[in-house]
Ligand binder design. Structure first.
Ligand SMILES: *Cc1c(COP(=O)(O)O)cnc(C)c1O
Length: 333
């Protein structure tokens, strides 16, 4: 399952869906009915899979368009059962198990009653079961126990023989770090886009996105002059390049004064002063290369990892990627 929620982690929902639509994947993982509808309207063939509990108001459309929900509560089972019964075709759905995430799904001790309820729900055809990993990139002991628990729980779930039955647990970190005895499907998100949740595994991946801007103006500022809001005072005469990008594009303001760098002519240059909404300022005093307005600056990409930026901004790469705004023109190669 390719996870393409959140505008495909900021890369562009429809473009990524089109790129992957011919790969014969069973599912595209999306957050909600609105994202699934965008895929539908773009004529994407791969089935949307709703990664979380659905809202009551979304279920009619999910049933009508044959998207796959994961059943997180008895309430959802009842509702989808009645929708499936009305529509005269059972709704294909997966069962969500909570093996530690605490965000939806049946606890191990509730599995029996969920299965009992499903047995009496002819409007639903169970075509899979999944669970989610809260600490696959942080706590191997807990995650190993979780895999064991999941494998054990799966044994008690009846499987149809006439249709594929999908069993899934791993996100990117799970896929990179763990092995399961039972699963036949994984749900990578972040790693699809070439960012690894586990630093050691980054060499296996190639970032899909490069965030670029350009120099608009180069200013020669004297020692003691201030730079940007809040007036960061220069401690030397400085050649300062202004880039046409800021937090209004999704470049985090939290990267101000964190020894953040950008690449200009392949050379790291420090961001100085506060990141503003539309512009930021870079110290190019030590840059050997001649610089001119229009020259390209790389904010992150292959040689400047979004994961490292995230750490400096005290956040995670998922957040930086999904918060890139529509003002950033996406160019696809
Ligand atoms: C977002 C999400 C994923 C993908 O997670 P990554 O860490 O980006 O690989 C997988 N499963 C579920 C249920 C999710 O919500």
């Amino acid at each position: 399952m390719a996870v393409i929620k959140g505008q495909a982690y900021g890369h562009g929902l429809i473009e990524v869906a089109r790129a992957l639509d011919s790969e014969n994947l069973p599912f595209f993982g999306v957050a909600n009915a609105a994202e699934a509808r965008l895929l539908h309207e773009a004529d994407i063939k791969t089935t949307p899979y709703l990664l979380g509990a659905t809202l009551p108001s979304e279920r009619e459309e999910i049933a009508a368009r044959k998207w796959t929900p994961c059943l997180c509560s008895i309430d959802e089972i009842s509702h989808f059962n009645s929708l499936g019964s009305q529509k005269m075709h059972p709704i294909k759905a997966h069962l969500a198990l909570d093996t530690g995430m605490g965000r939806g799904g049946f606890l191990p001790e509730q599995l029996g009653s969920a299965l009992e309820k499903l047995k009496n729900s002819p409007g639903i055809q169970l075509t899979g079961v999944g669970s989610h990993l809260p600490v696959a990139d942080e706590d191997p002991t807990f995650t190993t126990t979780q895999y064991q628990l999941f494998d054990d729980l799966i044994a008690s779930i009846p499987r149809p023989t006439n249709t594929p039955f999908h069993i899934h647990l791993a996100n990117s970190a799970g896929l990179l770090n763990f092995k399961s005895q039972t699963t036949n499907l994984t749900r990578p998100g972040l790693m699809l886009y070439g960012a690894s949740p586990i630093p050691d595994k980054q060499p296996l991946l190639r970032p899909a996105m490069t965030l670029k801007s350009q120099i608009s103006v180069i200013n020669h500022l004297p020692k003691g002059h201030g730079v940007s809001y809040g007036r960061t005072i220069l401690s030397r005469d400085t050649k300062a390049a202004v880039l046409g990008i800021g937090y209004g594009d999704g470049y985090p303001r939290a990267l101000s004064k964190q020894n953040t760098q950008v690449l200009i002519h392949n050379t790291p240059c420090p961001v100085i002063g506060r990141v503003t909404m539309d512009q930021l300022i870079v110290d190019i005093t030590d840059l050997k290369h001649d610089c001119h307005p229009g020259d390209e600056a790389i904010l992150f990409g292959k040689n400047l990892l979004v994961t490292d930026l995230a750490q400096k901004a005290n956040t995670i790469p998922w957040e930086i990627l999904t918060q890139l705004t529509p003002r950033v023109t996406r160019i696809y190669c």
